[in-house]
Design a protein. Structure first.
Length: 393
């Protein structure tokens, strides 16, 4: 569609939010962050935030982030390419079961990579559709709209790389290929797993049936929505026990303000496993959202997922929450993006691996920066992706 108009705004009072469900969601999610700053909602993310709106029939509004503060020792990877490809990757390496003879050189490589990326100023970039969540779902973004958006961003930010987050060819093939045709280079970030919960397609799998029976027998009960109002602190604690204490301090550290807004404004759908024997204490929690892609498929993902890691292993809280995730996908007839990690576990439950990438436009930049992004693309294609697939992380 020729003549599409793209607006880039930073003042929430000046943004003409699209009058669509996606536009309304963007308004509710992004307006408070624009007004109060990202650290108010995510303590270890300090970025400049803007919004791009496109006046097409789909009513698209996409967050743009830039200029991350990476000085803090726990700066989250969701706002910084340097932290993602070096600091966070080094921490994640500890969870991959590989021989020490391979792990040690990789750690040194990632440390050197971080130094190089900082010298190349790789964080001087605009991250597109960056909701500051571990997995970002895309609204419908047709080829003409993608072309208009890229042209406008290059005009507005001629001295920065453009990087579209959280894209793979499994759920976003048309957009992925459109961006490549426009000149983007895929830079591998991780392997994510998709579970097709539509029409109960996962039910023939023995492990899914076992998990479902385990959840039905569990003394824990499922609570949702309004039943969890005022319990932001418990939800935050369960998320942090898993994602920050067990996995990585470089994961986003959401504040109580974020969880309060998510509950009150419906930014996420929450399900909690509560313990009636202990005054309905929250033992585990998940928070998910969904978006319809350009192919008309509803895709769901769970950026909030956590449980009390001090509970006995035989409570099987991870299995119970994972099964509840599948049930939510079945109830809404969705394709579930189960994010990365625990590859063997997810494959046994119908998980289909997909290579997730940043789609990066950097050919307009100085040679040192271009080389940094080209090197990242090569390392991802020839080293990181084969290793992750080999060890099923």
């Amino acid at each position: 569609m020729p003549g599409l108009h793209v607006e880039i705004q930073r003042d929430p009072g000046s943004i003409c939010w699209p009058g669509t469900p996606d536009g309304d969601y963007a308004r509710r999610f992004l307006s408070p962050m624009l007004a109060q700053g990202t650290p108010h909602f995510i303590a270890n993310v300090a970025v400049r935030l803007a919004v791009a709106t496109i006046d097409d029939e789909d009513g698209v509004a996409l967050p743009l982030t830039m200029d991350p503060d990476t000085i803090a020792p726990d700066a989250a990877w969701v706002g910084s390419s340097t932290v993602l490809f070096s600091d966070y990757a080094r921490e994640e390496l500890g969870f991959v079961r590989m021989p020490a003879i391979a792990a040690r050189p990789l750690d040194l490589l990632l440390r050197a990579l971080g130094d190089w990326l900082r010298r190349a100023d790789a964080d001087r970039a605009v991250l597109v559709n960056n909701w500051l969540l571990s997995t970002n779902l895309f609204p419908p973004l047709r080829p003409a709209a993608a072309g208009a958006l890229v042209a406008r961003l290059l005009e507005e930010f001629p001295d920065r790389a453009l990087a579209f987050r959280s894209l793979d060819r499994f759920a976003n093939a048309p957009l992925f290929d459109s961006l490549v045709r426009l000149g983007a280079r895929p830079v591998f970030t991780r392997v994510v797993y998709y579970q097709d919960a539509r029409a109960r397609a996962l039910r023939p799998r023995r492990q899914v049936r076992r998990d479902d029976a385990l959840l039905r027998r569990s003394p824990l009960q499922v609570r949702s929505g309004a039943e969890l109002a005022g319990r932001e602190e418990e939800i935050r604690a369960r998320y942090e026990q898993l994602y920050l204490a067990k996995y990585s301090r470089r994961n986003p550290r959401f504040t109580e303000a974020f969880f309060r807004a998510a509950l009150e404004d419906g930014l996420l759908e929450f399900r909690a496993l509560v313990n009636p024997a202990e005054a309905d204490r929250i033992e585990g929690v998940l928070g998910y959202y969904a978006r319809r892609n350009a192919a008309g498929v509803d895709v769901q993902t769970q950026p909030i997922f956590g449980y009390d890691t001090a509970r006995p292993v035989d409570w099987a809280l991870y299995r119970l929450l994972s099964m509840q995730t599948i049930r939510e996908g079945e109830r809404h007839e969705r394709l579930v993006n189960a994010s990365a990690g625990a590859g063997g576990f997810k494959r046994m439950r119908g998980g289909i691996p997909a290579a997730e990438s940043l789609l990066v436009f950097a050919n307009h930049l100085p040679v040192q920066t271009r080389r940094a992004w080209h090197a990242l693309a090569a390392l991802g294609r020839h080293v990181a992706e084969p290793l992750i697939r080999r060890f099923q992380w």
